[in-house]
Design a protein around this ligand. Structure first.
Ligand code: ARG
Ligand code: GLU
Length: 721
């Protein structure tokens, strides 16, 4: 009898999929329906309504989409916001120069007046969300083409959005879920006066650098602080000296109480993209075609840039953010492909697919609807893989050459000059804007480095990208130089004004309409124009046609998977909308005979210290505090200073900066990464290996308070001990 019960629950677990504790990025709106019970069983003490409510303030009012791709959380009544150091990095960098190098020294505004504005940076609050599937799909039928369907959907969504924001200052979006089987409306409020308040020096905020990135054990103090400013009515406003700190409807309470292995946690933020419901062919393409190509091209760029940075301090400042950006997904892709292999993800998908085919064929109705789906996918991917590879060679290769991207930004000027209806004043305005962006570009550009990138990337492109899918102009020019890329680049970087900031600025300063011819004759411009023209005019239509086919196949496959497993609780793939992931604080075993503890400490920073290695230099002031063991109220009960911890929350890119909350909904950490062994969770989650990495909030406050001496900021926060 006992065995029988055991078997039934085991089977149930398999099919209902409740066994994968930690998996899923859930819609806040549906928590009460789908997750609340489980969350409470796991230890949560607050309610779903405390997390998301439209009727009164809830935790959601303390969460923002930070910039385009990170999450931030409000921690005071004065609009004070926490996110990652790597999320604020670009802005910290923009305020930095050789004389005032905030990346190296850190930055702490002593008073509000010293907080630094960041043009172009915005934060977005979710006001409310609502399912609108019926309205979005009004007039859509299953038999119509994907193109027809897309155009009706987009027209319907325009109306939904218009109605939703009528008479307000809000913005709105409708986004597809479950491959376009469901749609949700998101009404948002966007603030654009967001100022830098503080950031630790890079040897804290980026400690471990790219060496430790995506890895556990981790010791990175990856946080930075900003403040949202609003007008006198607490509404969004462009930057103005008269703006005042924003008063949020909710800010998070910070817990210094500590936590232990097994404790319930949840992550509340804006995960970017996951693809959990793809067929095996797609996963195979990503892991074994796309990733290896992109990894190879990024490796070449990194080798060149890293060497240049080693040798020159200015180059290090200019290229550190770029290198970090390239290295980040380079490493992620390596981990992802390894993880897919280790998890036998392809085989798992294939065995699901045979069960799926059996199920589909088992009854005439499902057979008619879904019987041909997998063969269609198989055919689709055999056609798509070469196209996708060429696309990757183009975007990761040719577009890795900075001059190509930069020169392309002059197309608009050329176009306006040719347009008779534009006045000299119109043209002057554009050339002035380009002048400003040229200054910004050249501040962080070294033509010698870029020329080396050109040589390497061009060579790979010409030798490895499928010949019939190469940019014709690139192919011809390379062959006119007999494949000698250096001969090509010698000419190009000597002749093009885009490589020479002095020449370019002089050119722009005296610019008038007739000078447009000179741009058109510039070899850098000719190259850029050819690459982008091919990409947009020739290549994009091919890719779009494939995408349309994929969209309709994937939509059907998603619907079919849901129909096949009516008992399973499905979560939608991440799409940069607000989600809740929940799990437990937990270590893991990355390899045979190896076990990882769930937290790291300041002692580990001292163990890693190496003055010879840039990533492992320890901030002298931090060392002093360590030597005194002066941790104050931020120490753990075990007397040590906890730095980072891991848990089984299902997160992805975009969750950076997300608050990690305890059972009472109090802030205990800031999410900033995932463990390498688990980076395949964007395609398939493994409860044994997938862990999110978070900064312990106590280390963050310790740095602000004891190291930076910015007690005014800690005093603003609501802290429970
Ligand atoms: N891996 C983290 C993320 O995906 C951190 C990236 C920033 N750090 C870096 N070394 N590149 O965003
Ligand atoms: N660092 C990532 C980010 O910027 C989070 C890591 C991940 O992909 O999980 O969002």
């Amino acid at each position: 009898m006992k065995t029988k019960i055991f078997i039934t629950t085991a089977l149930l677990g398999l099919f209902i999929n409740l066994s994968r504790a930690g998996e899923g990025m859930w819609l806040p709106l549906l928590l009460s329906q789908l997750n609340e019970k489980e969350m409470r069983d796991m230890g949560m003490k607050i309610t779903a309504e405390d997390i998301y409510s439209v009727n009164h303030s809830s935790l959601k009012d303390a969460i923002v989409l930070f910039g385009g791709g990170c999450t931030g959380e409000l921690v005071s009544t004065q609009g004070l916001l926490l996110t990652n150091h790597h999320c604020g990095y670009g802005n910290i960098q923009k305020h930095s120069s050789l004389e005032k190098d905030y990346l190296a020294t850190g930055f702490w505004a002593q008073r509000m007046e010293e907080e630094l504005p960041n043009p172009g940076l915005s934060v977005t609050f979710l006001v409310r969300m609502e399912e609108v599937t019926a309205q979005t799909l009004r007039g859509v039928s299953n038999s119509m083409s994907q193109k027809m369907r897309d155009s009706i959907v987009s027209a319907n969504n325009k109306t939904i959005i218009k109605d939703a924001i009528k008479g307000t200052h809000y913005a709105a979006q409708v986004k597809p879920f479950f491959g376009g089987n469901q749609y949700y409306l998101f009404v948002t409020e966007v603030f654009t006066d967001v100022r830098l308040v503080g950031a630790p020096p890079s040897n804290i905020g980026k400690f471990g650098g790219d060496t430790d990135n995506w890895m556990w054990p981790r010791h990175t103090g990856d946080f930075s602080m900003f403040r949202i400013y609003a007008n006198k009515d607490n509404k969004p406003a462009e930057y103005s000296k008269d703006n005042v700190p924003y008063k949020p409807a909710k800010h998070l309470t910070i817990s210094l109480k500590g936590f232990k292995e097994g404790d319930f946690t949840f992550v509340y933020g804006f995960p970017g993209t996951t693809q959990e419901y793809l067929p095996s062919y797609a996963v195979d393409m990503t892991a074994f075609q796309d990733n290896p190509i992109a990894i190879g091209l990024r490796q070449q760029r990194l080798d060149i840039i890293d060497r240049a940075m080693e040798n020159d301090r200015l180059t290090r400042i200019q290229y550190s953010a770029k290198a970090a950006g390239i290295a980040n997904y380079w490493k992620k892709m390596i981990g992802e492909t390894k993880g897919i292999k280790r998890l036998d993800a392809i085989e798992k998908k294939q065995s699901f697919e045979s069960a799926f085919q059996k199920w589909a064929d088992s009854n005439p109705e499902t057979k008619a609807k879904y019987g041909q789906l997998l063969p269609a996918f198989s055919k689709y991917y055999s056609g798509y893989v070469p196209v996708n590879n060429a696309y990757t060679y183009l975007t990761e290769g040719l577009l890795g050459i900075e001059m190509v991207r930069f020169a392309n930004s002059y197309t608009n000027l050329v176009k306006q000059c040719a347009d008779k209806s534009k006045t000299e004043a119109d043209i002057k305005k554009i050339s002035e804007q380009l002048k400003a962006s040229a200054v910004a570009f050249h501040k962080n550009y070294n033509p010698i480095v870029d020329k080396q990138l050109f040589d390497a990337l061009m060579k790979s492109y010409i030798t490895s990208c499928e010949s019939s899918l190469q940019v014709p102009m690139v192919k011809e020019t390379a062959s006119s130089y007999k494949g000698n890329m250096q001969a090509w680049s010698n000419d190009l970087y000597k002749k093009s004004m885009f490589a020479d900031s002095v020449r370019l600025l002089a050119f722009l300063s005296g610019f008038d309409r007739g000078d447009s011819r000179k741009i058109e004759k510039d070899p850098g411009y000719i190259l850029a124009k050819s690459v982008y023209a091919y990409l947009f005019d020739d290549f994009a239509p091919i890719v779009n046609a494939f995408n349309a086919t994929n969209d309709s196949l994937q939509r059907l496959y998603m619907a079919a998977q849901m129909e096949m497993q009516p008992e399973k609780r499905f979560y939608p793939d991440a799409n940069s909308t607000l989600r809740v992931a929940y799990g437990n604080v937990k270590g893991y075993k990355p390899a045979d005979a190896v076990g990882y503890n769930w937290f790291t400490t300041l002692d580990g920073i001292m163990e890693k210290e190496n003055p010879e290695i840039y990533d492992y230099k320890v901030e002298p002031k931090l060392k002093e505090l360590y030597n005194l063991r002066d941790y104050g109220r931020y120490a753990d009960a075990d007397k040590s200073m906890h730095v980072a911890f891991i848990a089984s929350n299902h997160t992805t890119g975009g969750n950076s900066g997300s608050p990690v909350l305890n059972a009472d909904g109090q802030l205990i950490g800031i999410n900033f990464d995932r463990c390498w062994e688990g980076t395949m969770s964007d395609l398939m989650y493994d409860p044994d290996q997938c862990r999110n990495i978070s900064l312990d909030i106590r280390y963050c406050l310790f740095i602000i308070d004891k190291m930076a001496g910015a007690k005014r900021l800690v005093d603003e926060m609501t802290v429970v001990e």
